[in-house]
Design a protein. Sequence first.
Length: 271
Amino acid sequence: MADDTPTGAPPRAPSRRQTLGMLGAGLLAAAGLPATRAAAATPASTSVLISGSLASYSTFESKWNYLYPWGDSHNGSALMVASSSNHNHVSLSGGVLTLTSTPYVGDGFNYHSGTVYAKQQVLVDSSWPSWEVSGDFQAPSAKGTWPAFWLTGVNSWPPESDILEFKGSATNWSNTYKNTSGAWSNTLTPISDPGAWHTYRAVLKKSGSSNVQIQYFIDGVLKGTHTGAGFVGQPMWLIIDYQMEGSSGSPGPTTTTYFRARNLYLARSSS
């Protein structure tokens, strides 16, 4: 979730600002076959790591952590406020995760909001060369709202892969940093009504000794194929993030806004 456009300087690493549908379905889609998720289509070598995690708070907390891996703030103007005993900004209902942002004055922040990250890290390597991550989202797209569904390096930055990112307009940014040229790869997709449910999905596959091919899908349609240079062997956090202002512009909204998710899914395959 970068704080700059691709033509600008790379965003700051966490240390400076507190910084897979089944895989079988993805393979079927790549072969031009229907990408329908079905148990019979799941290869024996596939391990489902996250599915059905929004059924209850106890189930959720077994798979997800509150805030960012590095703390309660990032590149925008929202302080993340959430815990197992405070669900004002991170809440569950009917299998839907809601991240809520409210205007706030104090402590140098303009909003209080919510962000969560998966306990399971994504690591493309020789043992698990293929991964899929997906979810359905209702994303705000007004000026000053900055929702994202992304991967970022655990031990260093880059790597970064943004599966969903709206920066104050109805355009989704699928981003990879860095590519084989040492720069950003970006696929910009206009979305009709981002606030309605849409499915955002990435399929990551080891392609050589050090690079990873990343395919970005929206509503089952392939939108872009990028290469993550040096991504092999680099563990990544999976984050659902509702930051504010920053790259999405300011001033942001003066009322409460929401970023919602459902059907969150993470799987890996040994083939």
